[in-house]
Design a protein around this ligand. Sequence first.
Ligand code: NAP
Length: 311
Amino acid sequence: MFAGFKGLKAYIKSTVQWLHKQPCNRTQGNYNTELPSYYLLPSGDQIPSVALGVSKASPGDVGQAVTAALKTGYRHIDGAWTYRNEEEIGKAIKESGIPRDQIWLTSKLWTTFHAPDDVEPALDESLTKLGTEYLDLYIIHWPIAHKKGGKDELDVALTANPYPTWKKLEEMVDKGKVRNIGISNFNIGRVKNLTGNPLKYQPAVNQVELNFWNPQPELIEWARDNKLLLQSFSPLGGSKRAKETLNVPEITEIAKKLNITPAQVIISWHVQRGTVVLPKSVTPSRIEENFKIFALPGDLFDMLETAAEGI
Ligand SMILES: NC(=O)c1ccc[n+]([C@@H]2O[C@H](COP(=O)([O-])OP(=O)(O)OC[C@H]3O[C@@H](n4cnc5c(N)ncnc54)[C@H](OP(=O)(O)O)[C@@H]3O)[C@@H](O)[C@H]2O)c1
């Protein structure tokens, strides 16, 4: 178990205070709750704390999922070039009638486009498919660069040093095509490798796997200390383990005590840990369920944290 558990608990409190600008104020039964509905980024932008994830949301499914999410109140869609569903997402957003500036749109640069000359065309393709002139957030999807057109052939230089790719992303911010830039799947060493360069814009987020089976308390604490917002991907354990996660005894016990669902327990836990959470669903009832988050009382939060770290 992570040695700094007590420190982590104190950190959770301070992180929520640090990141928190405007609380959610939701009530269920007698249980009054407050968790941040968004976090403030270095750019001054406010990123909503709960997003709809759309990886493996197939054509035909993803549009209705985005429509259901926007109706529910989601204003954050976590997409990527490689999910190959950006056109349908763009159409659903347009049809919703919700002004573009009220929706947070993220996309990600795939590993085959890290060469500086390939960044802008890849971004432009996402922008065109999504039917938008800018992204709120553009993320380097993986720290690994592959040669364009090569069959998984590693680009050794750009993998060892992602600064040329980052500089191009900074240029995209200056051109107004992207408002914030970030990274994904970077461990601490790789983050330091990037931020050791004279960056014009620091990474706004690091999107990483965080869930009951992989809670990464050290990374969470390091990111807090270094003011780097984390985004929790596969928050329910991914499609392969979601069912198992939702049946963890500590999670079902907390759900019962608070009269909320196991999915709401786990999604709330991620926000209470100070991260943006990206649950994926194409099922309207689940999309609605996943959007309702509740601050877990300290003892129940600690119980879940301990259970996750003890895995
Ligand atoms: N940066 C990266 O490398 C990376 C990697 C992985 C994921 N991501 C992002 O993170 C998002 C989420 O990750 P993920 O898709 O791997 O996993 P996840 O959100 O942990 O789990 C998704 C699975 O849980 C099911 N589910 C959702 N809500 C549920 C509920 N309330 N009750 C029961 N089952 C529920 C979904 O089923 P249905 O859809 O059938 O409802 C789906 O099978 C992705 O969509 C993507 O945006 C990023």
